[in-house]
Write a protein that binds this ligand. Sequence first.
Ligand SMILES: Nc1nc2c(c(=O)[nH]1)N[C@H]1C(S)=C(S)[C@@H](COP(=O)(O)OP(=O)(O)OC[C@H]3O[C@@H](n4cnc5c(=O)[nH]c(N)nc54)[C@H](O)[C@@H]3O)O[C@H]1N2
Ligand SMILES: Nc1nc2c(c(=O)[nH]1)N[C@H]1C(S)=C(S)[C@@H](COP(=O)(O)OP(=O)(O)OC[C@H]3O[C@@H](n4cnc5c(=O)[nH]c(N)nc54)[C@H](O)[C@@H]3O)O[C@H]1N2
Ligand code: SF4
Ligand SMILES: [Mo]
Length: 733
Amino acid sequence: MSTTQKTTFCRICENQCGLRVSLDGERITHIEPDTEHVASRGYACIKGLSFQNMRDNPDRITTPMKRDGERWHAISWQQAFQEIGRKVRQLRGDHGDDSLGLYFGNPISFSPLMPIFFTGFAQGLGTRKLFTTGSLDCNNKFLVSQHMYGSPMALTFPDIDHLDCLIMLGSNPSVSKMSFINLPDPVRRLKAIEARGGSVIHINPRRTETAKALGEQCFIRPDTDVFFLAAFLRELFEQGAVDRKRASQFMEGLEELEALVSPWTAERQAAVTGISADSLRKLVQRYGSAKGAALYGSTGINQGSNGSVAFWLLECINAVSGNLDKRGGSLMGRGIFDYAKATTGADDQVFHSRIGHTRSFLGTLPTPLLADEILEEGQDRIRGLFVIAGNPLLTSTNSRKTAKALASLELLVAVDILRNETAEYAHYFLPGTHFSERPDIPFTFFSFSGLMPEPWFQYTDALLPPPGDCRDESWIIRQLAKHCRAPLFGSRLLQGSMNIGEKLGQLPGLGARLTPMPERLLGLISRAGKLGGLGALRKHPHGIALPAIDGNSYLGKRVLARNGKVQLAPALLVNLANERLADRYEQARQSGDGFKLITKRERFSHNSWTHNDPAYIKGKRRQNYLYIHPDDAQKLGANDGEEVEVSNEIGAVIACLAVSDDLMPGTVALPHGWGHESASGLSVARKTCGVNANILAADGPDAIEPVSGMAKFNGIAVNIRSTRTATAQKLGQ
Ligand SMILES: Nc1nc2c(c(=O)[nH]1)N[C@H]1C(S)=C(S)[C@@H](COP(=O)(O)OP(=O)(O)OC[C@H]3O[C@@H](n4cnc5c(=O)[nH]c(N)nc54)[C@H](O)[C@@H]3O)O[C@H]1N2
Ligand SMILES: Nc1nc2c(c(=O)[nH]1)N[C@H]1C(S)=C(S)[C@@H](COP(=O)(O)OP(=O)(O)OC[C@H]3O[C@@H](n4cnc5c(=O)[nH]c(N)nc54)[C@H](O)[C@@H]3O)O[C@H]1N2
Ligand code: SF4
Ligand SMILES: [Mo]
């Protein structure tokens, strides 16, 4: 058979790099970066360039399966849907709609249709027990946008290609490629800031791979960013670097904000952050005197205990310094249609969780409540759960409790490509598609919210048909909806947290076409965005470059918040800061010499799902390591390569030490997504020796950030003791 070449884009992370794929029939023979792609221009990383290893993984499940005790056997789709449908109807009849829950994992958010369909399914079921990875990585950002800018999807991004000073908190672009901004080849573009005489400063408890490649390192103690940011803002006022005129014209709440940060002196923050008052003042000077500057924050602060207040202060710094809506500052995204406007009401239908009476956010509940929502007796307890493209057993909090919860379910259905640790507890496994088997347009944030310094759009057909009996997730959902007697979207047409809004609803005849092929829906979205239909888009196999967002395009023009002005002091966040900051500060001051655990991403791991590829776990990469400063290792009497016990009131793990002065003393880092020994469906990963970091992460209402429901993965207090065992023994070397 002859070789054909097709272009597409990767959907593993937010870079969405253009790829050129060589196919021999239905076999992928080669993948290379698409050098002509309008945005990524020949950049791609190892994960995208070897995606066929996941698609063609020998453990891929290509037929629906049912578990009987420990044994799995293949069944027909018909049997699966009939049995699942029957059980769902029984649970709803006996215990009500809220006895069913859904969890959406990270990979499905990269295909705009999937969240729409699955939200539609939840609505059809009538359940409010919807959990997503939003509460594991970024809901604090949506919440701040909702309150400052009037819509959860009104999101800003740093104008990386034009700014002179970038201060990055809790991000590691070299490995993770950044979040909430589409920035292919991030290291090159960050280096360009320095090349043009600007500066990049990394505020991080660990000297990251990015900090080694460029910029300046500034160590901060874990989970203390909020105090650094409060003092930064106060100092900005002190140094006269606040553009009061601009703020009074386009914003509200400046005085209240100024009063709120006034107690947070540079000296006061120094006592907990480890950043001296003098260093902070110099940073503010550099930021304030740059022609264009931005603060950027990512999961390092989102996954702390004060993510919402921290991100709010960060956005306020960009806003009041005059950098918001400025070329070379921080820009407000704008997508192919006004997604921000269409989602202003996305958080209107508030309800509270059964457990802890926690407020819902964007129609979802915090994932750290999932285990208790299943385990705790009572009305509305979750008895049946659908897990779609996720692995909460390894990726959410308190894995031991989560395992108990999953084991207690009357119905667990996993829709995945591999049988991961969570699916091991499932009663039914439904085989979905790999991204290369789906037609698509770029990630929602980029197409709809426009978080792109260089905006682009592309349509890709599916490259290949799914193998065996694997079926497109949107087909799976339609069948589930039918058999569960839960019509998609119920009566609330296309509304919900991932509401693509009025634009689609306004299209004539859409109501009649709610269940078309994915291609047709994608065509409708493209046309709604005035990009033409799929025929027109197919003529641009390397994407279409769209006009870039400029400065002076947001303030006074499209602010959706009250009075058309940016809200600098939203009541919810002001109250939260007033209630908590002083106490949190005292806690941080008194936390003494104990170890703080943070998370760390790795080049060859993608959350929990890449360890089943032998190329990714070669040699020393067969496990994760607990990174620790040499002085701390010495105090423990433990050496590089030896095992230690890491424990707290939630659990304990035995981890192998990697001694490195990249860590701030007192801080230890352990990558998540490991601990696969129980995964009978992952023949390669199960032989790895890593440990699950989330055995140590607390769940439940007291463990989450109160307004956004975010999990805490950074700054976890742990005890460490040497076990005096060399890991070589464990690896069997
Ligand atoms: N300690 C700690 N925990 C963390 C984090 C941390 O930094 N530290 N990070 C958190 C973050 S940011 C996130 S986003 C979550 C991720 O949490 P999850 O989304 O729950 O976990 P993943 O490991 O991404 O699991 C993805 C699953 O989707 C499957 N999959 C991949 N592609 C497809 C597809 O196209 N279709 C289908 N049906 N399935 C597919 C994979 O096989 C895999 O089983 O983890 C969170 N957990
Ligand atoms: N290779 C790879 N790439 C990925 C992923 C992956 O698992 N592997 N996951 C993808 C996903 S789901 C996401 S959400 C994105 C996330 O992308 P990023 O947000 O860039 O995530 P990380 O690389 O974990 O960077 C977080 C940084 O925060 C630092 N940090 C920890 N605690 C604190 C703190 O208290 N304060 C400060 N200031 N810093 C702190 C850590 O040292 C780390 O360097 O990455 C995506 N890209
Ligand atoms: S950087 Fe992200 S999008 Fe690009 S190839 Fe790698 S995993 Fe795929
Ligand atoms: Mo994430």
